[in-house]
Design a protein around this ligand. Sequence first.
Ligand SMILES: CCCCCCC/C=C/C(=O)SCCNC(=O)CCNC(=O)[C@H](O)C(C)(C)COP(=O)(O)OP(=O)(O)OC[C@H]1O[C@@H](n2cnc3c(N)ncnc32)[C@H](O)[C@@H]1OP(=O)(O)O
Length: 358
Amino acid sequence: MMGATVEQFNCAKSQMGTLKKDPGNEAKLKIYALFKQATQGPCNTPKPGMLDYVGKAKWDAWKSLGSVSQEDARQQYVDLIDSLLAAEGPVVAAQPTGSAATFDTLLVSTEDNVTTIRFNRPQKKNAITVEMYNEIIKALEESGKDDSVITVITGSGDFYCSGNDLTNFTKIPEGGMQQMAKDAGELLREFVKAFIDFPKPLIAVINGPAVGVSVTLLGLFEVVYATERATFHTPFSQLGQSPEGCSSYTFPKMMGNAKASEMLLFNKKLTATQACAQGLVTEVFPDSSFQTEVATRLKAYAKLPRNSLTLSKQLIRGTEKERLHTVNDQEVERLVERWLSDECMQAIVSFFQAKAKL
Ligand SMILES: CCCCCCC/C=C/C(=O)SCCNC(=O)CCNC(=O)[C@H](O)C(C)(C)COP(=O)(O)OP(=O)(O)OC[C@H]1O[C@@H](n2cnc3c(N)ncnc32)[C@H](O)[C@@H]1OP(=O)(O)O
């Protein structure tokens, strides 16, 4: 992990004063400990006496950081303050509890502390258009700052999502194919970044088959619940493309190189049960009880303390965030080249030719 600079650390220190809500004792102890470690190094003071409860708790928190370097402590401090600020951001005015914000390709609503982002192009199997990528980024940005405790992503109709809308590659801008690939790369980078940086627990509710980028992103979710009817397919080589959504890193980490290669190189489509065995899915439910069983879980999770969940997510994900951004950049760079390849163009032409023959 690369550490934060002293300037970034000082900036985070001053931003701490702008927190509107008390982050709670657990977070305050962590902030104290990281501050001490960042400014003085490992704990080197005598342990306070038994009756000095507060002093002892602070000392324990500092001591628990062991030999973490001052540079790393600065980074963890900056990340922690960032995530607390992101989690408490202003309650989005257009998103009072139970309301639905307006998007053209999504249904977004917040109810009982759960914000649900639902892909809403069921007639196209929820394929993701350029507009929809942008709306998902916006919905995540708003949901990261609203008052909800967890965020859920799911699909309308019989599919979860059929991945990138292949018509995205048929609208050639003035700058030609090169410009199209460049623009698509930038959009994809921002899209995946919105998932990497999302501060709250993110839960995927996979209501049917999932394809392409909607599958690769799953490694960036905290929990993935699937109906037994769901399938998971990443047909990249078939399309002359290469993996994205950080899956070139998260999939081998989750399922090992061989199983990841079957999916990402050789287009193997997994059933929900197989995906669960590989660690891509958390739990599979019978289709008949899927929605009610998952709703019960979500309701319970949404009653948990918001800050504790955000902080715990940050502990689990924080150390690899930088790595994920690097992976995202590399995957985008490779895809921009791939989109201009004969293999990819031919595969897209074939998809539309097959459609035309029906
Ligand atoms: C600009 C930023 C770009 C970032 C790109 C990031 C890289 C992402 C990569 C990927 O996601 S790769 C995966 C791409 N997806 C696919 O290859 C899936 C293609 N679709 C299919 O194979 C099938 O449609 C299906 C999903 C298996 C469903 O088959 P089914 O027989 O059940 O339904 P259909 O009649 O085929 O579909 C209904 C309707 O929806 C249209 N459609 C479905 N998926 C897509 C799609 N991905 N792109 C565009 N259109 C799609 C399909 O053509 C039908 O349309 P109509 O014929 O009714 O007009």
